[in-house]
Design a binder for this molecule. Structure first.
Ligand code: SPV
Ligand code: MG
Length: 432
């Protein structure tokens, strides 16, 4: 019996998939190469279902003989391994970023004496269109919360961008850039205390309370599905922090980051002088442990943020604290610095990585921003947070528009600086 290979993510089963399986089975036994989470995450958003759940669904579809994992985005390794007589694909791969993959598959199948079957892509009902529709339906707190840990297991680096409003979060949810190695997008959202306060015209001094922060976050939660990392400032008193943990967890937030500062909080990047006192290692460790004891799910993450370098202490102090915080239960370490060279951060990352291979390192490269994601990852970084760029870029845009209207005494000239009313209506899910 001949075999036909079909690569699938199998997250959303729709008539187009049933159709291609039916077509494939006319040519032989259908082997489905079910893409693993990491194969998908290199090019697209993480599937809603886990690989095991998708396996369960796909192996029960009529016409499917066998389901095997496809560990790479490319079909080539599995085609070489399973040597099917044919591969079947929708004809949508003739153009766009899949066309190179198509050429390679055609060449290999020719070499192996096999066939490439292309069938018309089902317009309207396809995974991309359904994905879009599912996004507008939203997600559940449980699925969203778990997504960060799933990403940590399969992807480096994880790219997180700050959002301070529903509309800025919508951009992060939807923006994609097609690159040679696939489609790049943001993996999640940073709920920043700095940009949250600044967007309200308030200073970043831990003056905006949790209830207010969560009220704003509700807008972001409503219009997005990506995981959220919450900037918890110092976490407050341990007695308060345990409530924060539960509240964040209940809302489907994936992680909270708390920093080991005491006294009146100032933003870490403010000024050039050392302006912050550090908490004692014991006190901060106890706060972390209290938070870990309070969480209900096993998936929520509490990340310790080291302020040693901001407070003018050496890398050795940061390392000593990192060890203690990991022992206290921290699920990850964020190291912060306002040093432009990045030398201190690099030294910390390399030394910490030599001791701990599995604990995520989180970096916020605001000042040492000349390093690429690839370079930061090579030091050992797991998550990269762009902590304030959506807010910092929106302010000059609004200021230009306001100045243009004042200068011209009408809004005609400002129109080219603005998106159209139609575009803004269509941007909002359900607005069309
Ligand atoms: C924030 O975004 O509020 C942060 C990160 O705490 S930073 O501003 O870089 O300290
Ligand atoms: Mg902050």
């Amino acid at each position: 019996m001949k075999t036909v290979y079909l690569g699938l993510s199998g997250d959303i089963i729709h008539p187009g998939i049933i159709n291609i399986i039916k077509e494939a089975s006319k040519h032989g036994e259908v082997i489905v190469g079910l893409l693993t989470d990491s194969a998908i995450a290199s090019h697209k958003r993480l599937p809603y279902l886990t690989w095991e759940q998708r396996f369960n669904v796909v192996e029960n579809i009529k016409g499917v003989c066998k389901v095997v994992p496809q560990e790479e985005w490319s079909y080539i390794p599995n085609l070489k391994k399973y040597k099917p007589n044919a591969i079947i694909h929708g004809d949508d791969w003739k153009s766009g970023h899949l066309s190179k993959e198509r050429e390679e598959v055609i060449a290999l199948m020719k070499e192996m004496g096999g066939q490439v079957i292309e069938i018309p892509y089902t317009k309207g009902v396809n995974s991309s269109a359904l994905n879009e529709a599912m996004r507008s339906l939203g997600t559940t707190p449980d699925i969203r919360l778990k997504t960060l840990r799933r990403l940590i297991q399969i992807k480096k680096p994880i790219r997180i961008m700050e959002a301070h409003s529903g509309i800025s979060a919508l951009i992060i949810e939807n923006i994609e850039v097609e690159k040679k190695d696939g489609v790049h997008s943001f993996d999640g959202i940073w709920s920043s205390s700095l940009t949250d306060s600044a967007s309200k015209g308030k200073p970043d001094i831990e003056a905006v309370d949790l209830t207010t922060r969560l009220l704003d976050l509700a807008n972001i939660l409503e219009c997005t599905t990506k995981p959220i990392i919450f900037d918890g400032d110092t976490g407050g008193k341990p007695e308060h922090f345990v409530f924060t943990v539960r509240t964040l967890e209940r809302n489907g937030i994936s992680a909270v980051i708390i920093e080991d500062k005491i006294g009146l909080k100032k933003n870490s990047l403010f000024g050039t002088e050392v302006n912050q006192e550090l908490a004692s290692i014991e006190e901060f460790s106890e706060k972390l442990s209290a938070g870990k004891r309070a969480q209900v799910t096993k998936d929520f993450m509490i990340i310790a943020r080291l302020e040693s370098l901001i407070a003018g202490m050496p890398v050795s102090d940061a390392l000593e604290r990192a060890r203690a915080y990991v022992t206290a239960g921290a699920d990850g370490i964020m190291i912060h610095s306002k040093e432009k060279s990045g030398d201190d951060i690099k030294e910390f990352c390399q030394k910490f990585r030599a001791e701990y291979t599995g604990i995520p390192i989180i970096l916020v490269p605001t000042t040492y921003n000349h390093f690429t994601e690839e370079e930061l990852t090579s030091w050992g970084a797991t998550i990269i947070i762009y902590a304030n760029h959506m807010l910092r870029s929106s302010y000059p845009a609004m200021k230009n528009t306001a100045e243009s209207i004042l200068t011209n005494e009408r809004s005609l000239e400002a129109d080219k600086l603005c998106m159209s009313i139609q575009e803004i209506i269509e941007l909002i899910p359900g607005g069309k």
